[in-house]
Design a protein around this ligand. Structure first.
Ligand code: BV8
Length: 257
């Protein structure tokens, strides 16, 4: 557990001023923002039943075609994990930041919906959301299907397999979300990269859209990433402690976790 002092010592007065004067803040989050809610990140070794698989082996259309039951059950397990989880102080601090900044866009690679549960409104879900289900054949969202023993369940319209409404490796991102994300990164005057290893494209290119326009990029991550050397500010610690401390330093009067 990082001490408050340590979190605070990471935050330079100059950075507080940069954030306070920003007109359009953009945040890109990855699995790390949900780590303190107990949701394993992609870099964490998979646990238990899933220990023998890597996410890349399960999160693809090929994997689903090969073994739809296995992939469906992996997502059912993650959906249960997410349902039990709560937004952590990092999610809550970002929801407060959205209320405080003149303009604010939250772009997430996560599919757990925890930002929305924390109160964030303007959320761009680059990789979909595992709480939504769609037909593998038609691509349309399915909100209900007749109960039955078959796993995965079948589309009530066409009988195809149902799948989670997430973007798998090798699949293109939702065009509207992708466009919104790049437009925000190209218009912002402050960019945060929080809890992402910066390995997955095209999300990993977003911070560089701000950097190449000379805009400040703030990375919050306990570990080094390919972005760390280029970031304007690199705060090496957990988001669930650094973000609330950042909000306190901005002394938005009535901010409470
Ligand atoms: C695409 C949804 C066009 C599913 C995800 C070669 C062949 C084929 C494709 C490619 C290729 N080369 C590149 C590609 C493109 C590929 C890609 O990038 N591959 C990588 C692996 C090289 N991308 C795609 O396929 C994308 N589509 O490009 O379409 C195309 C099509 C075909 C061919 C070429 C191009 C689609 C990518 C989306 C995949 N879906 N998720 C699901 O969740 O099940 S990606 C998934 O992994 C996550 O969504 C996330 O984006 C990614 C993991 O990244 P992170 O979020 O960063 O998580 P990670 O665990 O890695 O890191 C966590 C970080 O948090 C760490 O740094 C850690 O230190 C930090 N941390 C830990 N605790 C904390 C913390 N930080 C702060 N606080 C803490 N407490």
């Amino acid at each position: 557990m990082m001490s408050r002092q340590t979190a605070s010592s990471l935050i330079l007065p100059e950075l507080v001023e940069v954030i306070r004067s920003a007109l359009h803040g953009v945040v890109l989050t990855g699995a790390g923002i949900s780590a303190e809610s107990g949701i394993p990140t992609f870099r964490d070794a998979q646990t238990g039943l899933w220990a023998k698989y890597s996410p890349e082996e399960l999160a693809s259309p090929q994997a689903f075609r090969r073994n739809p039951k296995l992939v469906w059950e992996w997502y059912a397990w993650r959906r249960e994990l997410v349902a039990q989880a709560k937004p952590n102080p990092g999610h809550l601090a970002l929801a407060e930041l959205e209320r405080r900044m003149p303009r604010f866009t939250l772009i997430t690679q996560n599919v757990d919906g925890l930002h929305q549960r924390a109160g964030s409104y303007n959320v761009v879900e680059l990789h979909g959301n595992l709480n939504r289900v769609k037909c593998f054949e038609e691509g349309d969202i399915v909100t209900s299907w007749p109960p039955g023993p078959e796993v995965p369940p079948r589309c009530p319209r066409c009988g195809g397999h149902l799948r989670p409404d997430v973007v798998w490796f090798g699949e293109t991102l939702p065009p509207q979300a992708l466009r919104a994300a790049f437009e925000a990164a190209q218009r912002c005057d402050l960019f945060f990269a929080i809890g992402t290893s910066g390995l997955v494209q095209p999300a990993a290119s977003l911070p560089y859209e701000a950097l190449r326009r000379g805009m400040p990029v703030v990375e919050i991550n306990p570990d080094e990433t390919p972005l760390t050397q280029s970031a304007t500010y690199a705060l090496a610690g957990p988001a669930g402690q650094i973000l609330p401390e950042l909000l306190n330093r901005l002394n938005y009067k009535n901010y409470k976790e």
